[in-house]
Every structure is written in C-alpha cells, then in structure tokens.
Design a protein around this ligand. Sequence first.
Ligand code: DLL
Length: 435
Amino acid sequence: MPWNDEFECMPLEKMQAFQLEKLKETVEWVAKRVPFYQEKFKKLGIKASDLKSVEDVAKLPFTEKNDLRDNYPFGLCAVDLKEVVRVHASSGTTGKPITGPYTKEDLEQWTECMVRNFWAAGVRPEHVVQNAYGYGLFTGGLGFHQGATALGCTVVPTSSGMTERQITLMQDFKTDVLCCTPSYALTMAERAEELKVDLRSLPLSIGMFGAEPWSTQMRKEIEERMGIRAMEAYGLTELGGPGVGFDCEVQDGIHINEDFYLVEIVDPVTLEPLPLGEKGELVFTSLQRRAMPMIRYRTKDITRLRREECPCGRTFVKMDKIYGRTDDMLIISGVNVFPSQIESLLLDIEEVEPQYQLVVRKKGYLDQLLVRVEAKKEIYAAGEKKRMEVEGKIMAHIRGHMGIGVEVNLVEPKYIARSEGKALRVVDERPKQFR
Ligand code: DLL
C-alpha cells in the first residue's frame, strides 16, 4: 500500500483535472510576481485562462538553467525573502550556482514527497537510516533527513565521506537503510571488503540511491556486494531536490509525483513534445511550489515515459532510469553514447572492477573515446600480455553491442579516484572550441 493512496493511486482523469487546476494557479502566481515570466507570457500572449487541458502546458515557455543563472540569486523568486525559510543551491560544473528557495509550505511538500520515496523503498518507522548524502547546500542531505525524520525513523546524519567511520557506524548502530549516491555506495562496499567487514551479514537491507546516472547492471552489482535492495531516488535542485520521482518494490521504472510535478518529454533539438514511449528530454512544471515555481524546466536528462498499470497500485506515470544527460552525451563515430551504456558493458567483464572513466579526445575532426577501467588485482598482476588480452576483449564487447570503436586502457587497481558524492565519469580533453 502506498503512503498516500489518495494521490499516489488517483485515477488518471481525476489527476489530470487536479493538475490543470494547479497548473493554472501556478501560472497565475508567477504571472503576478516574477517579471521574467510576466514578460515571457506577454510575448506569447498567454494567460492562465487559456489553459484548457494539461496538454496545453505546451503553450507555455521553457525555462532553462541559464535563466536561473542570469537571475541569480533570487530574480525568479515569487515571494518576498521574508517568506523564504531555506535556500539550497547547486554549483553545477560551470558558472554561477543556481538557487533553490523554499517557503515553509514548500518544505512540507518536499517532506511529503520524500516520505513517499522512503515508504515505496520499503522503509518503515522502526528502521535506522544512515544518511550519507552531503549535508549543506546540496539538497540530498537535508531532503533525505526530513523525509526519514517525518516517517519516524532513527536518523543517523553522517553526511558523505569518512568511509571507514560510515562502516563502523553501520555495524554499531545496526543500520537498516543507507542513503547516498550509487558511486559512494560502491566506494563503501569496496572499503568494507578491504576491512574484511561483510556488509551482507549486517542488518543493512535497503539502499536509496540517486543524484547521478547509474546503470541497471550497477544496481545489481551494488545489491550483490552489499546484500541489499538498491532503490532509486530522482530529483534536481531546480525542482526542489530529491523526491521528484522514486521507484517502487517492482524496481521497474521511476514513478513521478504527479500531483506536484507535471512531466513532459520533448525533442531536445526541436523542443516539440514527444508522445509517451519516446526517448527525449525530461521537462517539469512544478504544480504547488510557491517560492520559486518552475514552468517547463528543461532538465537535460534523457529518458522515456510509460503509463502502465503497476503491480504496486500507484497510478503515477513511470520513467525509465535516466539514460544520461544531454551535456554528458558523446558522439563517437556518429553514434550517441551515454556513459551509463559503457558502464553496463564494462560490468559484464569479470576481469575488471566497476571503476571507470571516459576520456574524450579529438583526432582530426572526430571525437575519440578512451575507456579507462581498473583491472582486478590478480589480472593486473598477471602482466602485460594478460592486460592486452582483456583490453581486446572489452573493445570487442563494446564494438559488438554499440558498433563503435573505442580505445581501452586497463589501469592498476585504485588508479581512479573514489567517489564520495557524484562520480566524475567523463574527462573532456578536447580543445575548448570543440566542446
Ligand atoms: O542530485 C538531487 C538528488 C539528491 C537526487 C539525492 C537524488 C538523490 P542536483 O545536484 O541538482 O540534485 O542534480 C540533479 O542529477 O538533473 C540528473 O542529471 C541527476 N540525477 C538525480 N537523480 C538521479 C537518478 C540532485 N536517480 C541532476 N538517476 C539531475 C540519474 C539523477 N540521474
């Protein structure tokens, strides 16, 4: 049974009527208070009363990350700062940070979304939750903290880092649930193995992972190495942080909290809305946020939406695991490549560790990809001939599945820096003008 079956199991027609009402309210709210949207709506000649169905959201203008940067820090804020009770921020990889302000009501809604996420993952009030997402401006730490606290769990706010201490606390406090990025979970699993701590024999049984793309194969790897079920959490600072979407016990697709977020998939080039089932860029409109509502926010995340009956009973639309971000997508020999695709192929190879990095270089006019992956200790020690054999095997595996030629470099164990937050998977060595 879902946490909030009134909304989580709402029939589609009723949900869409609810969404339309909230969409109109949101459009009216920002039209009155945010000059950025006022101007955009005026230019397009659109008013809240022109919206007759949820599909009419396509009449509204998009919002992009640069709009948030240009209006840094509070230019898109729809309320007086007096009403803002919290501000999160995300630095991203380039430029100014973007801000995420919340009213008291926004925080309550966020908590509700996070409680649904915990509940769907199988977390219950009697559980001990170790929260190893970074606390601070990043939304992961406090978002998971609020959700677990509201559910009544015993929260251990470790934040990220100090991996050995994480493992000790897991043993001492009998942690049931671990929250962190999937790459940090892998770092912990590896460290525990080195310390001869068998995580599989501990009470730990649920992981709540997100904040970065990870493949289904990576999920299986983490589940096996930790003896847990690895559940998904999806969200972004611009839309209030984690809690936008989560998976259920079926582990087949991420349900979107549709009473809070209206979701679309658009073609990232033409920006035309795409029908259900087609792969494209995720776009969200917040339906109930007050401090900084977002109209058609382009996430740059690529996935597909599916509306199907889920055995869990939730009627919320589902999205596939995020394939990757448009800004991480590489074009190798004319083929679009997401790091997570290479990740899942590397995980098929038993001679390597799931620690890798993709280096993009320019050769003439073409982009070339070098896959750096760590060899298992005994493979590395077996010498150069063995290493070349494994490199050849990986190249053939990638060519066989993706039709692209890549260079593979088997590196020594521990060559790649271990992640405590979001892993750095792509190293771009192309001259600046080609990026
Ligand atoms: O990463 C919020 C979050 C915290 C989500 C903890 C889940 C858990 P940002 O730092 O703003 O916010 O980064 C948002 O991270 O656009 C995606 O590209 C990526 N991302 C987040 N969750 C997932 C996921 C947080 N489950 C960006 N799978 C998003 C794949 C994810 N990518």
